[in-house]
Design a protein around this ligand. Structure first.
Ligand code: ZN
Length: 308
């Protein structure tokens, strides 16, 4: 039974200039956010709402929001997400339909919805410290959002179907031009998604060639990442604190290395064996502990000295 209400604009007591059915599930307001357990309605609006709700949960510690966000996230990722990380399979409501209804050729998968998945999953990672949210963020970023932009940078997908007879092509612009602006904003803010910081440590979330500086306590730390990922799995991190400082480096070990295609079981590898990865420090293998999906090395870090 759809929930909603009729909304009218009345000029005087007799003349109704328009009337429309407001579908509350479409707008994620059939029940209060704290009571939500299922994903419904317009995919982009849902992502923006839940990005804000996750921020409120993180700031206030409100358990109602936290639990709702975790339950709705599972409904999205376990039952309503394409292998590309795209969401919102239906063009009718630009959003969600039924669980497991994920047609390839008719996939709507708006670029903005995948951009929204990046926003929401980053907040969920910051709130919980769990790397599974970055696994999903990375999937949506590279396969659901970034594909909305051509390599030439001037053609866009609005919907991102997973199969085509050749009738789909990126276009210059759209009458409703949310996606080109949204993907431009995402690409230019990519730096915000690569690392996480606290006073106790640094989190390496995405493998992207980059450098940045942060402060651990009062010490400035320069961090450089060299990699050709995803074409090559080699990642080289250079950690240069101004002074010797103790802190923890957390390096995300993607779920797919550990035999899990995605969190949940919506998509599984035929071969579930784990892939080998190695971690070394100054060329020697190093002890680490696994925590929330991250390999953690806590030690005194000091600036490397190179001798000629
Ligand atoms: Zn859009």
């Amino acid at each position: 039974m759809p929930t909603g209400y009729w909304k009218s604009v009345v000029i005087n007591t007799r003349k109704v200039i328009w009337t429309e059915w407001k579908d509350t599930a479409y707008a994620q307001d059939a029940v209060p956010v704290r009571e939500q357990k299922e994903i419904t309605g317009h995919a982009v609006r849902a992502m923006y709402l839940y990005t804000g709700a996750a921020d409120v949960a993180a700031l206030t510690g409100d358990e109602g929001y936290m639990n709702a966000m975790k339950t709705v996230w599972e409904d999205v990722v376990y039952r309503n997400m394409y292998i590309t990380g795209g969401i919102g399979s239906s063009g009718n409501n630009e959003g969600f339909s039924k669980d497991y209804d994920l047609p390839n050729e008719r996939a709507y998968c708006e670029t903005c919805a995948s951009v929204g998945m990046v926003f929401w999953n980053q907040r969920m990672n910051l709130m919980t410290g769990d790397s599974k949210f970055i696994d999903v963020l990375e999937r949506s970023l590279y396969n659901g959002a970034r594909d909305g932009l051509s390599l030439s940078g001037d053609r866009f997908f609005y919907g991102n179907p997973l199969a085509s007879d050749g009738q789909h092509a990126r276009r210059e612009w759209f009458g409703t031009a949310c996606c080109p602006a949204n993907i431009a904003r995402l690409v230019s803010s990519l730096g915000n998604y690569i690392y996480g910081f606290s006073n106790q440590g640094i989190w390496v979330n995405l493998f992207v060639g980059s450098n940045t500086t942060t402060k651990i306590g009062k010490t400035e730390v320069l961090l450089t990442q060299q990699t050709n990922y995803p074409w090559d799995g080699k990642i080289k991190l250079t950690i240069e604190p101004k002074n010797k400082t103790k802190f923890a480096m957390h390096v995300r070990i993607p779920g797919w290395i550990q035999g899990e295609a995605v969190p949940g079981d919506l998509f599984v590898f035929e071969d579930k064996s784990k892939t080998d990865f190695t971690l070394s420090l100054n060329g020697k293998s190093v002890a680490y502990k696994m925590e929330n999906g991250y390999a953690v090395i806590e030690r005194d870090w000091k600036k490397a000295m190179y001798w000629n």
